[in-house]
Structure formats: structure tokens, C-alpha cells
Design a protein around this ligand. Sequence first.
Ligand code: DAH
Length: 365
Amino acid sequence: MSDYQAMQAELTGAIAAASDLDAVEALRVAALGKAGSITGLLKTLGGMSPEERQRVGPQIHALRESVTAALAARKAALEGAALEAKLANEKLDMTLPAAAAPRGSVHPVSQVMDELAEIFADMGFAVATGPEIEDDWHNFTALNIPETHPARAMHDTFYFPEVGEGAAQHMLLRTHTSPVQIRTMMEKAPPIRIIAPGRVYRSDSDATHTPMFHQVEGLVIDRGIHMGHLKWTLETFLKAYFETDDIVLRLRPSYFPFTEPSAEVDVGYRQEKGRRIVGGNGDDDGHAWMELLGSGMVNRRVIANCGLDPDVWQGFAFGVGVDRLAMLKYGMDDLRAFFDGDLRWLSHYGFGALSVPTLSGGISA
Ligand code: DAH
């Protein structure tokens, strides 16, 4: 056996016996590294005579190749064994929760807006939106509230400074969601059935008023719409929202510039442990009426302002305070707490992010 063959036997034996990847690497460095034994042999080729090199060269190269192959084989074997061991040891507990339970909660106002969308979707209403920074025309003029109208003063409007000489529109923070009626009628051809929930702003602040609050507007435009449709819609909505069939409404003649005739809608309720419980006839013993929302048949002028023919298209509209609806249903008594951002209040009154209101699964989720 030549020296080279002896060396090959010794090296491949050691490699085959290497117990881990570090040992394989150490053997590789010892044989093929910069100062390795085989590297040293290769270096001697340069100093040999051509004949000698021809004789010895192939033997050294064969040695290197077999050692390289042995190293690769042992490495692969050890890696395969390591993977097997890892797979055998590693267990995935499929019953563990995928992520930590979500923190925080859904604000009652968001919850109620979701509930409203769900209830009205069932009646064929889409959800419409409009900008909170509105212009004077959409917020007032188109809604039949001309500049001289006292309703403008009543709304305690936040106006933006007028920009530029003779600015086309005076911008403001919308005082109600009614401008969404105008935007919808101007954008979409009737028939129209929408609700428009959102933020509104008025310069007013006490226990029952905050400068920002929420309303939901409703609008139906079609042929042959009358107040019976309005009353049925409101009754159906309030029964679903308060989750009781015992809802009695009282429509009281009222005035809004954008509806004619207009009606304020009261709902019967009773007092229980200091809380208002909606339901029952307000004229019955132990009951009373509470004003809940404004409504009416859309004023002909408003329909015409939006480019529709009021002899062809009629409709009804209504507007409700969302915060008020939330307070009544979930028993909160201070409106200001809604917007304090107190986490204790939120965790008490908030809703789970994953409990989405549905008509089938329970609207209050
Ligand atoms: N926009 C009125 C308000 O903010 C509420 C309202 C009343 C809306 C009657 C309506 C309506 O659509 O028909 O006080």
C-alpha cells in the first residue's frame, strides 16, 4: 500500500467515525485547509520533475477527491440524522391559540353604527358617507336653509376662516349628517335607500352635549313614497335595535326646513332603577314619551335643488343621535365619558373585536 493509500484509509476512516459536524469540519481543515496535509502534498508537486509529477500527481489528486467525497458524505449523513432527531423531538401543539387575545375593545359608538348598518342592510339600505369638512351649500343652502334662516344660528356652526377674495364656498364642520342626503341625490339616480352614519360638530358643551357627536341619517327616494313608509321603517328599525317588539311610536308635527311635513318621533319608555327602558305606550301608567329623532317627507325644494323632479320623486328622511341610541341601549349616563378615552370605561362598556353584530346571531353581539 502506498503512503497515499495509507493516508486515504486513515483519513476516510476518521471522517466516517466523526461524531458531529464540528468534528467533520476539523478534519476538513486538517486535510484540505490552507495548512492541511493534502494541501501540503499538492504544494510539493511544483518542485517535482515532470516524470515524478506524472507518477505522483494523479495519486495525490485521487487522495484529495476521495477525502473530499468522504467529507461531503459524512456531512450529509450527520445533517440528515440531525433533521430526523429534530423532527422526532419537535411537537406543534395545535390547540395553542395562534396569537394572544386581542387587547382593547370596540367603542360603543362604533358598535351601534355597525348594528345600524346591519339592521338597515336587511331592509335594503346601503351605507353612504360624506366629508366632515363641508361647504355651506351642502350643509345649509341645498337643504332649504338659506343664509337668513334662523336655523343657521341654531346650529352653532364651527366655520373655517374664509380663504381668498370672494371664496366660492364658506367651509365649515358639518353640523349634521343631512348634507349626505344632498351628496347622494346628486351622485346617484333614484331609487335611493341609504343611511349615513358619522361625526358631526357643534359649538356646544355640557353634560348632554359634546362639540363632536354622532348622527345617522336615513334617506329614501322613490316613486309614491308616503309617511306610512317612514313610520314602518322607523318602527322596524327600532324593534330590531332595541330587540323588542314592544315599541310604540308617537309622531308629533314639527318643523325642519328640509322636510315637509316634518315629524318628531317619540318612543314610549319606563324608568327602572334609574335607567330608561325603551318600550311600551308612553301614555300608559308608569310610562312616558321621550323624543328620539327628527324625520319627515323630503321637502320638494330639496329634491329640486338636487336636480330631480319632485313631481316624479318623493321620499322620506330621518336623523338620529347615535350616541343617544348607544346610551339608551347600553345604559351609559354621561355623554362626555364617550370621548374621554378612559381605558377603564372602554373595557367596561366596549365590545369584543370579533363579536360582529348580525341579525341572526343577535344584534348586540
Ligand atoms: N338634521 C337634523 C338635526 O341635526 C336632524 C334631522 C331631522 C334629519 C329631520 C332629518 C330629518 O333627515 O328629516 O337636527
